[in-house]
Structure formats: C-alpha cells, structure tokens
Write a new protein. Sequence first.
Length: 114
Amino acid sequence: MGPGKKPTKAEAKRMARIVEAGCCACRSDTGAEWLRPVEVHHIKNEGMGAARKGHAVTAALCAWHHRGEPPEGFNVTTATERFGPSLFHNGRAFRKQYGDDKALLAFQEYLLTI
C-alpha cells in the first residue's frame, strides 16, 4: 500500500516484527547498546523531496538514530559520541557509518530472518 495510507494487515505485522528486532543502527554496531523505543523508518524514493516507498519498505531505528532525540541524560554531542550519528542531525555521517536506505533495508530483512 502507498505512503500516507493505513497499513495492510501484512504490512502492520511486518512493522511490528521490525520493531521487535531492534534498531538497525544499534544492532549493526558490534557490542553496542540497543536504544529503545524503536520507530519505523520509511524508506524514500531517491531524489530531493522524494516520497516514501510505502509501509512494506521500512526499517527500524531508535528515536536517537531516527529523529535525533538524545536518550535521557545525553545531549546531541554526547549521544553522537556514545551511539553514533543520527539520521536527523547528520545524515551524511549516518549513511557513511550505517549505509544508505538500500543497505538499511537489506540489513533489516536479514534481521527478520534470524
């Protein structure tokens, strides 16, 4: 189903499963803490101002890695030092460390198989 529409039952089930699997960025850092809560990041089409691809094309990110909301007791600088870059505050550094949307989606699909 397209972006902005209510997820189908299958899409909702998948999104619940990815949230249970944990943040893709946290999980990709060996030995890293897993930050909670985890949110659904909708992968977008390429290009400036690109639209979301839909509910079936999603990856889980914690509030820090997704929206740049530092965990309690941290500010942006200390959160970046401890947990790595956030997509919101420094998309370029985030993509360099964790990969682009295609890589995030591939890692998410892998996490769903283990």
